[in-house]
Ligand binder design. Structure first.
Ligand code: NAD
Length: 498
């Protein structure tokens, strides 16, 4: 691997990191946690401490929820016209764009992702915020219902306080997907970012303040999952809850919300498949799928981790994959040569390496063996090489979410066999079908049990196209679609007998 001369992060980022311990943002002000405890956030590319962050306890979370409730009642935010609220939200989108470089560097440092990928995430946040802000101006909040002998209508109102718990793989982008429809609809929010990657969300609080969004509309409580996360998920003062993360924790969050009768949205894990027929361009398809599975070092919920390849092109496909994966440049986030950064933590590195071991113990063929990677000058970073496995569909690596750059290749002959193999999964997030025969591609795509299907592409996100999972991959309506705005509005019917 060439040792490229790389630059450090900017002085603006350095100044932000030195502000630590980073404080909670409640009611428009920054404050330490009640108990004064902190935790550290690391640079996964170097294995070193980036900053310290206050660790919220249940009393801090309670304060944030109560403050957000007060803001819902008293700040005027829910009563504003959609145009007036839109001015604040577009101003926030402008500020995110103005601070794009700083935010992208913070995101790269905290997650380990290459700078161009982090930059895309930041741009996506603004695009999401603008999409829902503009949509909120144009939709109907009062819909007449045609029934005989009655005058009837449905009216839509914001709910109140919406809680959000986010994972570490796309911290800033997912905050945008989550809070944009909630804010555009007139709700107030309390955000709990992942403890591994809280920094970009904390920087956002500065921009929320600068945009002039009324105090208490946006609140951020940093902390651990089992303390701050649980305190938020179990809080009876919420009106809605949204959780993005693992199915195991999603179940706990849903249980708490069930007890409190609070509606919940769950965006969970996946084990996405790509079904590859024999009429495609092998080199091009291998290139796209290797790019997809190494994007964000494979820590992408919807990525293609099961590659079902038609038996007539199987050997050629495997050979191309071997050479394409060998060329992936692993490195630090600000090295322009880097295509794939580290995984987010030592825990995640152990998880990926552990799966490689278990898979081979169960008889998987290591088409590309993977393993630890070394990056010059960064001996303590959490780097792994891409791996490619093949073999039985019953292998643990063919069934469970690894959350690393590890596709599992399976061979198929008939279309029905491919559909059956894909639908064996307990997950149901996203799959893709690859074929020149669009009738077949559409037919197979519609037969796969999942929230999302793509044809001749993978990892496609368009504002206005709903994205979400079924089965172990989630429930509650998903994100990114126009209906998501309505998920953040409660309906009320008003009827007058004539
Ligand atoms: P995780 O479930 O461990 O943690 C997610 C969040 O939950 C973190 O903020 C964590 O602090 C918090 N948390 C942990 N325990 C909690 C508890 N008991 N109560 C309340 N909150 C708690 O997941 P992760 O490791 O951060 O993220 C990886 C998972 O997220 C993968 O399964 C991935 O597929 C999934 N994911 C899904 C989507 C999607 O859109 N469907 C997007 C990104 C990630």
């Amino acid at each position: 691997m060439p040792a490229t001369q790389i630059s450090k992060h900017s002085s603006a980022v350095e100044a932000f990191l030195n502000e630590g311990p980073q404080r909670l943002f409640i009611g428009g002000g920054w404050m330490p946690s009640g108990k004064g405890q902190t935790f550290q956030t690391l640079d996964p590319g170097a294995g070193s401490v980036l900053s310290t962050v206050f660790d919220a306890g249940s009393e801090d979370v309670d304060l944030a929820v109560q403050t957000a409730r007060q803001a819902f009642r008293n700040s005027g935010w829910p009563q504003m016209t959609h145009n007036a609220r839109g001015v604040y939200l577009h101003r926030l989108a402008d500020l995110v764009e103005k601070n794009k470089t700083t935010l992208a560097e913070i995101e790269s440092l905290d997650v380990g992702k290459p700078l161009p990928q982090a930059t895309w995430d930041i741009e996506n946040f603004s695009a999401t915020l603008r999409y829902y802000t503009d949509l909120a101006v144009h939709v109907q909040y009062k819909t007449p219902i045609a029934v005989s002998k009655h005058e009837a209508r449905v009216v839509r109102h914001p709910y109140g306080v919406c809680g959000f718990i986010f994972p570490w793989n796309f911290p800033f982008l997912l905050v945008g997907w989550g809070i944009s429809p909630a804010l555009a609809a007139g709700n107030t929010v309390v955000i709990k970012p992942a403890e591994d990657t809280p920094l970009s969300t904390l920087f956002l609080t500065k921009l929320v303040k600068e945009a002039g969004i009324p105090d208490g509309v946006v609140n951020v409580v940093t902390g651990l999952g089992t303390t701050a996360g649980e305190a938020l998920a179990t809080h009876p003062g919420l009106s809605r809850m949204s959780f993005t993360g693992s199915p195991e924790v999603g179940r706990l969050v849903a249980e708490s919300c069930g007890r409190n009768l609070i509606p919940v949205k769950l965006e969970l894990g996946g084990k996405g498949a790509a079904v590859i027929f024999n009429d495609i361009d092998v080199e091009k398809t291998v290139d796209v799928l290797c790019g997809a599975v190494t994007l964000n070092t494979g820590q992408v919920c919807c990525t293609a981790t099961r590659w079902l390849v038609h038996e007539s092109i199987y050997d050629q496909f495997v050979e191309q994959t071997r050479s394409r994966m060998a060329a992936v440049q692993i490195g630090y986030w600000n090295d322009p040569q880097t295509q794939m950064g580290p995984v987010v933590s030592q825990k995640q590195k152990d998880r990926v390496l552990g799966y490689l071991q278990k898979a081979q113990q169960q008889g998987a063929e290591a088409v590309v063996p993977g393993g630890e990677a070394e990056v010059p000058g960064k001996p303590a970073g959490f780097y792994v090489k891409p791996a490619v496995l093949a073999g039985s569909p019953d292998n643990v690596a063919a069934r469970e979410e690894i959350f690393g750059p590890v596709p599992y290749i399976l061979k198929f002959n008939a279309e029905e066999e491919a559909i059956e193999l894909v639908n064996r999964s307990t997950y149901g997030l996203a799959n893709s079908v690859w074929s020149q025969d669009l009738d077949r591609a559409n037919r197979v795509a519609e037969s796969l049990v999942a929230g999302n299907g793509w044809i001749n592409a993978h990892n496609v996100f368009v504002h206005g196209v709903p994205y979400g999972g079924v089965n172990l991959s989630g429930l509650g309506g998903g994100v990114l679609g126009p209906d998501t705005l309505f998920d953040y509005l409660r309906s009320q019917s008003i009827v007058r007998p004539l």
